[in-house]
Write a protein that binds this ligand. Sequence first.
Ligand SMILES: O=C(O)C1=C[C@@H](OP(=O)(O)O)[C@@H](O)[C@H](O)C1
Ligand SMILES: C=C(OP(=O)(O)O)C(=O)O
Length: 446
Amino acid sequence: MAPNPAHTALWPAPHASEAVAATVHVPGSKSVTNRALVLAALASEPGWLRRPLRSRDTLLMAGALRAMGVGIEETVSSSSAGAGGPDAGGEAWRVLPAGLRGPATVDVGNAGTVMRFLPPVAALADGPVRFDGDPRAYERPLNGVIDALRVLGARIDDDDRGALPLTVHGSGALDGGTVEIDASSSSQFVSALLLSAPRFNQGVEVRHTGSSLPSLPHIRMTVDMLRAVGAQVDTPEAGGEPNVWRVTPGALLGRDLTIEPDLSNAQPFLAAALVTGGRVMIPDWPAHTTQPGDRLREIFTEMGGSCELTDHGLVLTGSGSIHGIDVDLGDVGELTPGIAAVAALADSPSTLRGVSHLRLHETDRLAALTKEINELGGDVTETADGLHIRPRRLHGGIFHTYDDHRMATAGAVIGLAVEGVQIENVATTAKTLPDFPDLWTGMLGV
Ligand SMILES: O=C(O)C1=C[C@@H](OP(=O)(O)O)[C@@H](O)[C@H](O)C1
Ligand SMILES: C=C(OP(=O)(O)O)C(=O)O
């Protein structure tokens, strides 16, 4: 088969000849949008999502829910269209829940949220739902969801690898109950079971038995969003048993939710302020959030920037120096590529820990970052659970991205400081940030 020209196309990453000074409006959060879609689809009344992210991962989620019978109407709303308050204008999705049905086919692309959050929804559908996706999606772990759903009463046909492709034979209802899972390869296993659990006959008790659990803020996001639509959830944090989550069965409310900007997608823009000694403002940065990207305020401050959170948003100002960092990123793994890019440009070495599960993300991110930074003259080594990065003088070259949106944005950050970096397949950023090249050149004023 001839290679897709978009996948081999090279994008000359703009080099910054001066400090950036920009305000960047970052589109909505992937993780919040896809959870909101699932919860709205399972609710007992219509709901609104305002300022949803429209990217490959969220359009795949919306398409899959539509295939199972859910109505999702795209509208340009005004604040009078619902109870969304003064910020509610702009693009919106109105979600009209309906009896979930098969037969249906779901394309998960390479979206972890789609491939993990939807099999439990499909188990509630009346009929078979077939799941398929990109070649890489076949390699990403799904066994935690498949095995758990079988214990909870679902019938699933897979090829015994515990991965895609598979068919969930929905029977219109699922018993639910208690299940043990090892979610050390992805927090999304836990989130997936909790999100649909209010609709299981007995709810769910999820007991995580693995040695570690990545991305805890994403599980908190799941719990907070469930509670916001009326679900009763017991968590380890609320004085419950360690590693045990319980969801009580019950109807979910339709909500009017304005989606926060994607703070992980704000990362390359904030990094630009750090790398060029400039200043970038991200409007609408939430004062309180479960998004892991909020940790950037602390991490980029330690690396040499200073952050100010105002009523208007977050302002990051670079000092002109970038320092190395020794940090456990287990809670915020999706920030690793962007932090590695900044670390490669720092004045001292860095150690990034706690992220062995990144080997099973969009690509093997530890191997990909090591290879691509080293091919530009860097000195990165993989450890058992992360990366050692010793900054070197880098040179231009092709930065391969392996169909990974965060590799592409990491390469763009390096390109700010290093002339002649070309990003392969920058279009892969469409997974979560379709406007990236325009937002990037807009920030730089080129
Ligand atoms: O639940 C979510 O929305 C996510 C959880 C995390 O997954 P893992 O726990 O698999 O790392 C994160 O990396 C991913 O980008 C989004
Ligand atoms: C790991 C990521 O995505 P996914 O939701 O596909 O797991 C990511 O966006 O960095």
